[in-house]
Design a protein. Structure first.
Lengths: 519, 337
């Protein structure tokens, strides 16, 4: 490790300097500390795994490494030199490139154009394309990874796995900008691949190690351990340690990712004791759609059922499908004995189903509209007489709910976007409560982006609603949250509900029990 | 997602994947429609299937072709351009006042034509600049620039219509080469230039890419703004040329030279297979679209449909064509604005 800043340019960096080093990186977002002093070392010619739960700061860290996020504090060193990365191009100049989780290729261009995009070099002379040169440049990149894709094929005609090869070939273009071995970041590269394709990818990653350093991010810990030399773990925006992959077990990694459990179990409530009902409130049988198949699910009144699964398990789509917001191909959903029409969201609303979307700002609320109007958006009947809005009726109702949920807002006319995240979320929840007819709540990451205080308020509110007999399906932000809040947990994997784990207050499963089923 | 069983049958990378570079059904649709429509009218009307009527159709399509060449690049980016009427009006009056005319002593000839085209390019450039610097949506900026163009044209018009006495300019619309007016050959040249730009220039390819996935360009370190301005500038130049062509046809400069061409050009491009959301289509698609629209107009007249019907019919065709084009993209809860 060198800290010598006075070395004259051009002098060879000591071979001992790591390819990439991060020291004390800090990044604040409003209300959240995404990175809280992260340290990370990427050595030369190694594959470093990066593990961490949702919200651990992985994606913010990666974005900082390619210049998409400007850190508030901390340093990034590349091969013993301190650097400032202001843009993707800056990062590329220093030999750092990233294959993004959502593929970043222009679908209507050829593979060759995508590979050289932004750094065409001799492929474009005076603004005029030289297709032959372009094809040759792209072919060189594809040869590096031994891919047989036709450079002149349109990108959207290639399979997903082939497109990923194109992305890797594209990222390797940064070799043309720097004489040093590059650092390639792969963000969740396996999430949509089949097992055979994953094998091909891993062969590529091992090939990359011959001449580059690789940072490999994946939710699947077995994969991380399979392909990486070393694994660094992030938790809550901090580095919590690293282990050599050779002698680590997924269980050990996971313990590091989630930290000690049971320390903050303030929300570990019990399902309300209810007299046994003749049948579950919600019965789902054989539900299938684009990303999920044959899902069965029962939810009783007053019960919170958590669905857990890794990225790509299809749990979000199941949740949306129950609300009629995602097309289904087969299966039926019965709510309190009545078969539910899944062709749209209106039927679900009318049947007393409420949905709290994960994307609060874009799907959950109308930002510039008032608290009162947001709260009465769905259940118009609660503020209207026929087609006429009754302001006094609305005011009375809204004020009652503001008080009941202790929503902190100057008054009911304040635009909802001016409230804090937690109070916004309470208004979103209240939207389903005002009419008093809610029977089932579908909660898609209801605490996403909320701080600890706001989280526990939401938890308390959900418990209270469960106590009143509302059934809930919860897609939690973290495994801890799923375990703490749920009375029963359904594990989804590759679009199927594979296992069900009971989670009573006096017998909670550990995160490890669940992870075993998830991966 | 394939089932595990299917995945086992697939041999990944075992053979060279076959690229699909052929003509897709959607690309083949408009040309097939053109042939069918042409055939129907030819069968219905003896007047339609004469050589001189085919010449008429091509001559009638000339101005619209040039306007559509410009608008196609804008639509390919996923933007929209409503500035054609204003820019055409300004260049139509400008060229009439710059060549030999009854209002002043100017006689710049070809230079006058070039200046009028440059005026169009300048106005188009303003649209682009307003879009990228002020972040005003192209819908609004181009509508505003259209009004500015009409304002400039009205100022230059100053109440007295400039009649063109320049032989060269007037001759473009009248003199023929191989049976087609010179203006029609200019339109052919524009299509060729547009095609070359689209196929072989970074500007054209990036315009295509911006419509496909603009954020990817940014993530690849490409500065998008200059290309957007350049596309609007190029479109403005095409409109400028179209204004000159109208002046040539009328023998006089008119403020309303470009009236209706915004809608007709968008309609032709869309009918030809250019998507309004960008990233699909191109110059050749648009040329087919122009022919389709022109053949329909001409054919309806030839078979005796009242011209009063035609505006409405054209509108219906456009909405139907757009609806057909977006069917593959439809999904539940889609937000359409």
């Amino acid at each position: 490790m060198t800290t010598n800043l006075t070395r004259p340019p051009g002098q060879r960096v000591p071979a001992t300097a790591p390819a990439l080093e991060v020291r004390g990186l800090v990044k604040h977002y409003p209300g959240v500390k995404a990175l809280d002093g992260v340290d990370l070392v990427v050595r030369r010619n190694e594959v470093l795994g990066l593990a961490g739960e949702n919200g651990a700061g992985k994606s913010t860290l990666l974005k900082a490494l390619v210049g998409l996020v400007r850190p508030d504090a901390g340093e990034i060193w590349v091969r013993g030199e301190k650097v400032r990365l202001g843009s993707i191009a800056d990062a590329a100049d220093h030999g750092i490139g990233m294959v993004f989780q959502e593929q970043s290729l222009v679908p209507n261009l050829t593979a060759a154009e995508n590979i050289v995009l932004g750094s065409e070099g001799p492929g474009v002379r005076h603004g005029i394309y030289r297709w032959n040169t372009m094809r040759r440049l792209a072919q060189e990149q594809l040869d590096k990874i031994g891919s047989h894709i036709d450079p002149l094929a349109r990108t959207d005609s290639l399979s997903f796995a082939d497109r990923q090869m194109v992305e890797i070939a594209k990222v390797l273009r940064i070799e043309e900008r720097t004489s040093h071995p590059p650092v390639i970041i792969l963000d969740e590269p396996t999430s949509v691949l089949e097992s055979k394709e994953i094998e091909t990818l891993f062969t590529q990653v091992r090939r990359l190690r011959e001449f580059a350093s690789v940072v490999f991010v994946s939710h699947r810990l077995d994969e991380v351990l399979d392909v990486c030399d070393r694994v660094a773990v992030l938790r809550g925006g901090r580095s919590v340690g690293e282990v050599p992959a050779a002698d680590a077990a997924p269980a050990e990694l996971h313990r590091m990712m989630i930290g000690s459990t049971g320390s903050d179990d303030h929300y570990h409530g019990a399902a309300a004791e209810r007299p046994d009902e003749p049948r579950p409130r919600l019965v789902v049988r054989g539900l299938s759609g684009r990303t999920f198949r044959d899902v069965d699910l029962d939810v009783h009144a007053g019960e919170i059922v958590g669905i857990v699964g890794v990225h790509g398990s299809g749990r979000e789509d199941v949740c949306r499908a129950l609300f009629g917001a995602e097309p289904t191909t087969a299966g039926e959903v019965v709510l309190d004995g009545a078969r539910l029409d899944l062709s749209g969201t209106r039927a679900a609303c009318a049947a007393g189903i409420g949905y709290v979307p994960a994307e609060r700002k874009t799907e959950g609320m109308v930002g510039p509209m008032s608290v009162a109007d947001n709260m009465t958006l769905t259940k118009q009947g609660s503020r209207c007489t026929g087609p006429v809005v009754r302001p006094r009726k609305q005011a009375k109702l809204v004020d009652r709910w503001i008080e009941r949920l202790s929503i902190r807002t100057p008054d009911r006319g304040t635009a909802i976007q001016r409230l804090s995240g937690g109070n916004q979320q309470k208004v979103v929840l209240a939207r389903w409560l005002v009419a008093g007819d809610v029977r089932l709540l579908l909660l898609d990451h209801p605490t996403r982006g909320l701080d600890v205080g706001a989280r526990s308020e939401v938890y308390r509110l959900l418990r209270e609603l469960a106590g009143q007999g509302v059934a809930m399906v919860l897609l939690a932000d973290s495994l801890e949250e799923a375990i703490g809040m749920s009375d029963r947990i359904v594990v989804m994997s590759d679009g199927r509900a594979t296992t069900e784990v009971a989670a009573p207050a006096d017998g909670k499963p550990t995160p490890l029990d669940l992870v075993k089923e998830m991966v | 997602m394939t089932s595990p069983a299917d995945a086992d049958l697939e041999v990944v990378h075992a053979r060279r994947p076959r690229p699909r570079r052929g003509v897709s059904l959607r690309d083949a649709g408009p040309p097939v429609a053109l042939v069918v429509v042409f055939g129907i009218f030819a069968a219905l009307s003896p007047g339609f299937r004469t050589l001189s009527n085919v010449q008429n159709v091509l001559d009638a399509a000339a101005v619209l072709t040039v306007v559509t060449c410009g608008i196609t690049f804008v639509l390919m980016m996923g933007s929209i351009d409503l500035s054609a009427p204003g820019i055409m009006g300004a260049s139509a009056i400008a060229v009439a006042l710059l060549v030999a005319n009854n209002r002043n002593d100017n006689d710049y000839g070809l230079l006058g034509v070039v200046l009028a085209v440059l005026l169009g390019a300048g106005l188009g450039c303003l649209s682009g600049l307003a879009l990228v610097t002020l972040k005003v949506p192209s819908f609004m900026t181009t509508l505003g620039i259209s009004a500015v163009g009409l304002g400039v044209a009205t100022l230059m018009f100053a109440g007295v219509q400039p009649n063109v006495s320049d032989r060269m300019l007037a001759g473009l619309a009248v003199e023929r080469f191989l049976g087609l007016a010179h203006l029609t050959w200019i339109a052919f040249a524009c299509v060729l230039v547009g095609w070359l730009v689209q196929r072989y220039s970074r500007l054209g390819r990036y315009a295509f890419a911006i419509g496909g996935a603009e954020e990817v360009l940014a993530l690849s370190g490409v500065r998008v703004a200059p290309y957007k301005v350049a596309v609007f500038t190029m479109a403005g130049a095409f409109y400028g040329l179209a204004g000159v062509m109208v002046t040539s046809q009328l023998g006089a400069g008119l403020v309303q030279a470009g009236r209706g061409y915004d809608f007709s050009a968008i309609a032709a491009a869309v009918v030809g297979g250019t998507l309004l959301i960008g990233g699909r289509g191109g110059i050749l698609h648009s040329a087919v679209g122009v022919l389709l629209v022109t053949v329909l107009t001409n054919g309806l007249v030839q078979v005796g449909v009242s011209p009063y019907w035609q505006g409405g019919v054209q509108g219906l065709i456009v909405v139907a064509a757009v609806a057909a084009a977006v069917i593959p993209q439809r999904r539940r809860n889609q937000v359409t604005k």
